[in-house]
Design a protein around this ligand. Structure first.
Ligand code: NDP
Length: 451
């Protein structure tokens, strides 16, 4: 049978665009449909603008520190409007690059929604039907919010990049990556920031000691963090949004942001038309090669709810192309993924937390927490943390956790060693780079605990 295309990709985010480009570069006839802006969550309403906002929010303490270092400078305030328009221009530029990359690779694009109508056919929003030998779903995810009364008065991370004005006060609900990162951003931009998290400690699933330090530093930076607290009810009042919470408080905030998780974008994709299996959250169920239960349909990225990170979606996209178009079956590797949380201070992490590891095997824990030189000189009490979890039998480093300025950059490098199977002794025989914070990673001689 002759198809219109060899590959039809639904979704123009990080994963979909990469798969389309790599396949097209190999001579595959590729089409891609995207109903919104190209670049997806990462470029348009996630990682990239978030990181720009993190950068923007970090200058106020830098000005203070600079004064401690002898600079005669003043912080005359932050201009959100100026920053926002520059940020939007940057996103336009990046979106342009994504479009150009697709065009230059010979991918045919459709700026509209597509849904499956048969195992080898999609229907575009304008009614056109297009056939393809393989269909790849890379539609990402979207923020969700609880059904608390009045929750519609709040916003999600999507709207944070478009705020007309910075609020005077904000309540952020949730304790995951997004909640904690935006709490730091808002606080740094001068917004009175409150965060409610229903559990006992933010950043559930990460190493206890590391997330404990992040929480402590967030509070010290001025974030009014309440754990064990959730919202019961919200109402619009004259001067903002009235919020009643489980800690018995009733407070009014200018703005409320929910960061209570994300769900896969699998609705209205026509999955039922072809009998594609989904899970409890609507995630598309795939095998190790990203294939659904229908042979001609694959899925990658957040819509599969495996590890919801941009670089992972990209890897899944490239492994898909290897498998399907290059005759080289490749399963994306989901083991030992380094990641960073752009809180203030930043956290970089790879591998097992102490709590996870000690349940599995005997371990040694190497950990140090200290005042870094740069901030110490400026009179700050900030602390950083370097921690290694080591298998007592094989000596392999099972996990590394860093809380420090630049932790994201550090964990990328440490990640290579750990991925290669480095032992504690490999770390020890690496000469320290002095004076740095990261040198502590190779100078910790005695375990603080064994378990
Ligand atoms: P997460 O799933 O990480 O966190 C959701 C948070 O909301 C949790 O603290 C959860 O609490 C809480 N929550 C869930 N339901 C409710 C509810 N009904 N009421 C109150 N609180 C609730 O989601 P995020 O939205 O923060 O992030 C989504 C994904 O995006 C992440 O998993 C990550 O993969 C990715 N991401 C990565 C970033 C990075 O790499 N730096 C940055 C941002 C996002 P509980 O813990 O109790 O379940």
């Amino acid at each position: 049978m002759k198809f219109d295309f060899d590959l039809f990709v639904i979704g123009g985010g990080s994963g979909g665009v990469r798969a389309a480009r790599v396949a097209a570069a190999d001579g595959v006839r590729v089409a891609l449909a995207e109903e919104d802006r190209y670049g997806g969550t990462c470029v348009i309403r996630g990682c990239v603008p978030k990181k720009l906002m993190v950068f923007a929010s970090e200058f106020a303490p830098m000005v203070e520190d600079a004064r401690s270092y002898g600079w005669d400078i003043q912080n005359n305030g932050f201009d959100w409007h100026l920053f926002r328009s520059k940020m939007q221009a940057e996103l336009d530029r990046l979106e342009g690059i994504y479009r150009k990359l697709l065009a230059n690779s010979g991918v045919t694009t459709f700026d509209q929604r597509a849904r499956l109508v048969a195992p080898n056919t999609v229907e575009l929003a304008d009614g056109r039907r297009i056939s393809a030998k393989i269909i790849l779903i890379a539609t990402g995810g979207h923020p969700i919010r609880p059904d608390t009364p009045g929750a519609e008065l709040g916003i999600s991370s999507n709207e944070m990049f478009h705020l007309e004005d910075l609020p005077k006060s904000i309540l952020i609900i949730g304790g995951g990556y997004i909640a904690c990162e935006f709490a730091g951003v808002m606080n740094g931009m001068g917004v009175a920031t409150t965060q409610y998290y229903r559990g006992a400690q933010i950043l559930r699933g990460f190493d206890d000691e590391a997330r404990g330090l992040v929480a402590e530093e967030m509070k010290q930076n001025g974030i009014d963090l309440h754990t064990g607290t959730n919202v019961l009810e919200m109402k619009k009042v004259e001067d903002g949004i009235w919020v009643k919470s489980t800690n018995g408080q009733e407070r009014v905030f200018d703005q409320v942001m929910f960061a209570t998780g994300r769900f896969p974008n699998s609705g209205d994709l026509g999955l039922n038309n072809v009998g594609i299996k989904t899970g409890r959250k609507g995630e598309i169920i795939v095998d190790a090669y990203s294939k659904t239960n229908v042979d001609s349909v694959y899925a990658i990225g957040d819509v599969t709810d495996r590890v919801n990170l941009t670089p992972v979606a990209i890897r899944e996209g490239m492994a898909f192309v290897e498998t399907v178009f290059k005759g080289n079956p490749t399963a994306p590797d989901h083991e030992l993924i380094p990641t960073a949380i752009f809180t203030q201070p930043e956290m970089g992490t790879i591998g097992m937390s102490e709590e996870e590891a000690r349940d599995l095997r005997p371990i040694e824990v190497y950990c140090t927490s200290f005042k870094p030189m740069k901030q110490g000189f400026a009179g700050r009490s900030d602390r950083v943390l370097m921690k290694l979890i080591v298998c007592a039998e094989t000596r392999k480093v099972l996990g590394a956790h860093i809380v420090a300025e630049g932790a994201g950059e550090m964990i990328q490098m440490v990640g290579i060693a750990i991925k290669m199977g480095a032992t504690k002794e490999d770390f020890d025989r690496t000469v320290a780079v002095h004076p740095t914070m990261a040198e502590e990673l190779v100078t910790m001689k005695t375990p603080v605990r064994t378990a």
